[in-house]
Ligand binder design. Structure first.
Ligand code: NI
Ligand code: MN
Length: 225
């Protein structure tokens, strides 16, 4: 499993020959101007919630690639009205896809579309593929529900928001890492705009002092699990 950071909360995940994009927000992120939205490949697009900074490039990429949306029922229904195909899920549900298994899990946040219409409840994803298991928290507060994840899945990586203000910050993300029982963390949802700027060295040090490894990738950089 190869995971690339595309800036903000946008990820590319390659499992075998299948490519998943997560929350593509690239054309609106000046820090990601070196990522070309028009050449990004996708078989599936996973969407954690309906906010603009998670769905901005979905329509364009899905129409060009024919990618299938995986998200909550309301978000999938929204994109189906735009002639984009999708697989609707809801919290607690699992589905076996051709690349592996996905569970849509709880997040504490909001989920309106940019026009204010209802985007269902926000979520995160647990993805099991190629014998690797990852958790993508989405935008969320620290929540006790995270303790349910290791009950069913032994994680190899947790991808957690760390930018604070709109989501949990570093201190709560360290507790979240404990709750999901994973010491290998990829931070996301930081630095994109003023409210969520973080001190990278301090963030890494705090995780290290708690026995955890925080990775912060450059935009475009990848890790292999
Ligand atoms: Ni959000
Ligand atoms: Mn966000």
């Amino acid at each position: 499993m190869k995971i690339s950071f595309l800036g903000h909360a946008s990820l590319k995940i390659q499992i075998g020959n299948i490519t998943l994009l997560v929350d593509p927000f690239i054309s609106g992120n000046p820090k990601a101007s070196h990522i070309d939205v028009d050449t990004l490949n996708a078989d599936y697009i996973l969407i954690t919630h309906a906010h603009q900074d998670h769905i901005l490039d979905v329509e364009q990429i899905a129409k060009r690639t024919g990618a299938i949306i995986i998200s909550n029922y309301e978000i999938v229904s929204h994109f189906q009205t735009l002639d984009i195909q999708g697989h609707p899920m809801n919290h607690g549900g699992n589905w076996e896809f051709d690349f592996g298994r996905i569970k849509y899990v709880n997040a504490i946040h909001t989920s309106s579309f940019p026009d204010g219409s209802y985007g269902g409840q926000p979520g995160g994803f647990v993805i099991e593929g190629e014998h690797k298991n990852i958790y993508i928290a989405g935008d969320t507060a620290l929540t006790y529900d995270m303790k349910l994840i290791p009950v069913s899945t032994k994680l190899d990586l947790a991808i957690l928001p760390i930018g604070d203000n709109f989501t949990m910050g570093i201190d709560d993300a360290i507790i979240a890492a404990d709750f999901v029982e994973c010491d290998k963390i990829l931070g996301y949802h930081f630095d994109t705009f003023g409210y969520i700027e973080i001190n990278h060295d301090e963030a890494k040090r705090k995780f290290f002092e708690n026995g955890k490894d925080l990775m912060l990738l450059e935009i475009g950089e990848s890790i292999e699990l």
